[in-house]
Design a binder for this molecule. Sequence first.
Ligand code: SAH
Ligand code: SF4
Length: 392
Amino acid sequence: MNTETGAEAQPLINLLGLSQAKLEAFFAELGEKKFRAIQVMKWIHQLGVCDFDEMSNLSKGLREKLKQRAVIEAPEVIQRWDSADGTRKFLFRVGGGNAIETVYIPDGDRGTLCVSSQVGCSLDCSFCATGKQGFNRDLSAHEIIGQVWQAAKSFGQLDSVNVADRKVTNVVMMGMGEPLLNFDNVVDAMNLMMHDNAYGLSKRRVTLSTSGVVPALDKLADVTDVSLAISLHASNDAIRNELVPINRKYPIAVLLDSAQRYIERMPDNRRKITIEYTLIDQLNDRPEHAHELVQLLKDVPVKINLIPFNPFSLSNYKRVSNNSLRRFQTILIDAGFTTTVRTTRGDDIDAACGQLAGQVNDRTRRAERYKLDAAAMMASNSDVIPVKLVQD
Ligand code: SAH
Ligand code: SF4
């Protein structure tokens, strides 16, 4: 409240996460022309500018108006780690004592950024460090695209409009959180990733990964055509019910049908669904599981990505052995599936896309529950792998 005039101060709008349509609406409200939206988008996302005074093609009057009404703010980098292999991990402050993580993984001429969509996750998958922390809140669109903005800026990418200089060439929504449970903000952020006047990534280079929120997946093709990854992790419902509890609501057959409908609606319908399968010792890594998976996926256009389970302190699962991993992969390859193995990167900085564990202020108190369980487990089982949390 402004005590002199008695008027409520208007909250400042963060322009970083606004889609083109929302930016245009914002400028219309200021009595400005639509094309201002594109000008400002280029300043923000292509040149990394967050100070209105630097936006030299806007009039002084407009810049002053913008300062009264808006800000351009990305989440603050609390810490950054650089691995010897080029992997870079960021810890971002997102308020309320919470942090999220983002990982950049270079591989030849490709650089993949693994982006978070929520603070924690409500879906409680039994092998996932984020799931064990419980759910705190959705990230806003500016906090999601802000991870890309900060990463690109950290490489100096935003100082150059030359596409060949880009370090972030791919984005996967495989950080903390379930992207389909934060639908609108994730879609706005992904649209900015693909926008020609922002990051200009092709739809093949932006991937949404989901554990299977089927009603939201059914809506996704109405609004976007990004690549799709399904976190399957099991060859039958009994095992998947244990690993991915949302499977009890939307079992494998229902999920695969929905995924198939999604890619069938893509304009280039030769695209494939990526199946993610985290291999856990003795649980889902046996040859019979591989054969069952072959049967399950025989009529679905997929490529398969095997992920060796990454142990962490609140879990008593163990990493698949190298023998079982190779045996599993060979069965899939012999059956004709393109099957890759996700190699561990950034070991020296504890960076692993998909097992990120920023400190989350857990509203569900789940972390405490697990800590008790884990303590009991440690006491009763000396066989537990000694592990450290990503963020400890
Ligand atoms: N919620 C979404 C996206 C985030 S998880 C989803 O589940 O798809 C990203 C990927 O990392 C998922 O495939 C997830 O199953 C995997 N993952 C999570 N914890 C892991 C761990 N401890 N070891 C290996 N992979 C893990
Ligand atoms: Fe959430 Fe994905 Fe982790 Fe499951 S695997 S708890 S859906 S982040």
